[in-house]
Ligand binder design. Structure first.
Ligand code: GDD
Ligand code: MN
Length: 382
């Protein structure tokens, strides 16, 4: 789909760069792809013969020996690099960092598992170099494309997600979920500072973040069957996708992470009341104990759900990681509870506030504290 509007703020001349810099940098995110990296490297080399290209693998600390194979491949090639990230996960940020690591004027992304058709890349590049497009997307949903052997369920989810994408971008994309595309460096730069980095949908993130509408073209391809290994996308990517939408819609006012934290806190209230109600119904004689137990249960619930959803990219794992996390979370939230009660009490005494607004203000301070403190002590960014 072509955008007729010229976009003067993008410095298109900056892409003409003679010299030793590769013309095209292909970013390949990997997480446990030992069975595929050799084959994708060979497939890309034969598809791109005649083009000055480099391959940048961005690996999120794979545990299956992917990097050993990459090191072997790099040893006999001058144009293959590896970025090794530790303590972080996420397709979108992996792709962004790969793109930021190169000075090539044209950038492409392709999955390592051979599901995308690398033979489309030269046509993508041609549309970029001719200046016809800023962004060329491999599409499964345009004439000539296809979704291969995806089951009906995954196909339905993909269709729904494609419709929802309209909420955050007016770009005319038949396949905004695509993980296969090529973009000019200036167009990428026009979006990079506003990327949400949330989840997997880097293309949609770029389209929604670009300063002015990008000139977009789509090229069809047939989604192939994964070569080796298994998909890294589980059902929780639906949650990540919703966070991306929320972040793009109101993220400039309230961070999506904070909204997620509050939402889960809200669920925690239900957990709390359910435990409290059951203990009272069971005839627990001491209300104090019942309330304390309910509070603790809600905290543990909040810790694990936030660890799974809000901080998916920095998820704590293993016995030590989880224990440390839970401990700091409970400590931070206990301080939050004291602040909550203290502030509410102070405001209520002030007489300007009735019980309701004093109570709400206490909760607000507690929630903000809990979010800030746990983001520093429990889920510290590495
Ligand atoms: N560095 C890094 N970090 N790479 C990752 C991560 C991560 O957290 N998660 C997945 N990858 C890599 C995989 O190793 C693979 O090379 C690629 O990203 C795609 O992951 P898959 O697990 O194979 O995803 P999929 O096949 O279910 O979905 C793909 O195709 C769809 C259609 O184009 C993805 O590209 C989707 O984004 C896309 O919608
Ligand atoms: Mn795949």
């Amino acid at each position: 789909m072509q955008h007729p509007a010229a976009t003067p703020d993008i410095d298109r001349a900056a892409t003409r760069r003679p010299g030793a810099t590769p013309e095209l940098s292909v970013i390949i995110p990997t997480f446990n792809e030992a069975g595929n990296v050799r084959a994708i490297t060979q497939a890309l080399e034969s598809a791109l013969s005649g083009i000055r290209f480099e391959l940048v693998f961005v690996d999120d600390d794979s545990t299956d020996g992917t990097r050993d194979i990459l090191a072997e491949l790099a040893d006999t090639r001058g144009n293959l690099r590896v970025i090794h990230r530790v303590g972080r996960r996420g397709l979108a940020t992996a792709v962004t960092e790969g793109m930021l690591s190169t000075t090539a004027p044209y950038l492409a992304v392709i999955d390592a598992d051979l599901q995308h058709d690398e033979r489309v890349l030269p046509d993508m590049l041609a549309l970029l170099t001719s200046g016809e497009a800023d962004l060329v997307v491999g599409s499964r949903y345009t004439a000539g494309g296809g979704i291969g052997d995806w089951d009906a369920n995954r196909a339905r989810v993909s269709t729904a997600a494609t419709r929802l994408a309209r909420l955050i971008t007016s770009a005319d994309l038949t396949d905004p979920m695509s993980g296969f595309f090529a973009i000019s460096r200036p167009a990428f730069y026009s979006a990079v500072r506003d990327l949400s980095g949330q989840g997997y949908k880097i293309l949609l993130d770029i389209a929604a973040s670009a300063k002015q509408p990008l000139r977009i073209r789509e090229l069809p391809y047939q989604f192939r069957t994964r070569q080796a290994g298994e998909s890294k996308l589980d059902t929780l990517i639906i949650w990540e996708y919703l966070l991306l939408l929320v972040d793009k819609i109101i993220g400039h006012i309230v961070p999506a992470r904070f909204l997620s934290f509050m939402f889960i806190g809200g669920l925690g209230v239900f957990v709390h009341m359910a435990v409290l109600g059951s203990l009272v119904a069971l005839g627990e004689p001491s209300f104090l104990w019942a309330q304390a137990l309910a509070t603790l249960t809600a905290m543990v619930f909040n810790f694990f759900v936030n660890n799974m959803l809000t901080y998916r990219d920095r998820r704590l794992r293993g016995f030590i990681g989880l224990s440390r996390g839970l401990l700091t979370f409970v400590l931070a939230c206990s301080v939050g509870a004291i602040a909550n009660v203290g502030i509410a009490d102070y405001l209520f005494d002030d007489a300007l506030y009735n019980w309701f607004s004093a109570g709400l203000a206490g909760i607000a301070v507690g929630v903000v504290w809990n979010y800030a403190a746990t983001s520093v002590f429990t889920w510290r960014a590495r």
